[in-house]
Design a protein around this ligand. Sequence first.
Ligand code: ASP
Length: 322
Amino acid sequence: MKQILVLHTGGTIAMKENPSTGSVSPDAKNPLTDAPIPLPENVHLITENIFNLPSPHITPEHMLKIKKRIQEAYQNGIDSVVITHGTDTLEETAYFLDLTIGNWLPIVLTGAMRSSNELGSDGLYNFVSAIRVAASPDAKDQGVLVVMNDEIHAARYVTKTHTTNVATFRTPSIGPIGMINKNNIIFLQKVLHSQYTDISSASGFIPILKAYAGMRGELLEGLAHLSLDGLVIEALGAGNLPPENIAPLQKLLDAQIPIVLVSRCFNGIAEAVYDYRGGGSELQKMGVIFSPNINSQKVRIKLLIANNLQLKKDELVDFMQQ
Ligand code: ASP
């Protein structure tokens, strides 16, 4: 018998629509609790309502609590984990777990775009799909997975791309790593082994700043007055900034604040290509770290983890560039 731990954390999958106003809000009782769930053979669910939160209320401390609960359950012999979660920050929790729990067991996150009593509600379907994936022998060694709308995505690369469409989760550049069919779960790609590092705290003040045409230096100057533990910048194109930002950026670097740069483009990666004032080459020479393959919200999670590992400068650069 496969023992699957189900952790419900809240989100639309646990919400209901008010038929007279159309607004959606949390329900005291998780609607999945009484739902008829067609289980694959030889699967037993152990269900816990660890939180009942909309995912904009989820913090790194909540992620840490989920991580600790999974580690404890793993010591007690659990085979896989399914987590239901609001879709807004699902990718951040998924990536946090990807970095802090090794490839010991399949961990699958899922959610819903339509609440439990809405027409075409996708919650129960996604939940059953996630259980099927978590029970699949092929789900092991693929890192943390996100299952929605008949697709399997790697936590490291997946992102929410649409405010309401049920096909919201996408993986830019490489696509889903697997698919869910009526009778079969099929993995199409093997995920490269992710980094694994354990932490016992998740504190730090690490904002994300998005660059734009005409961005002047005031925002970076203002940030120098706050006690930052790090900064993530979504830069332009291949990794460039408007030139007025160079002087205040240097001040932050002089104050030993780690600054990690990604591109604001949906596809592709940031690299030191352009050699002009504010170009990627100058930023890299100044000591800005270029993150090769994850989006800004995930870089923020990674930098937060690095902050709690108290890495030395060169270790931090290596960690962020992997
Ligand atoms: N705002 C909701 C949340 O993230 C959306 C969802 O669950 O999909 O909790």
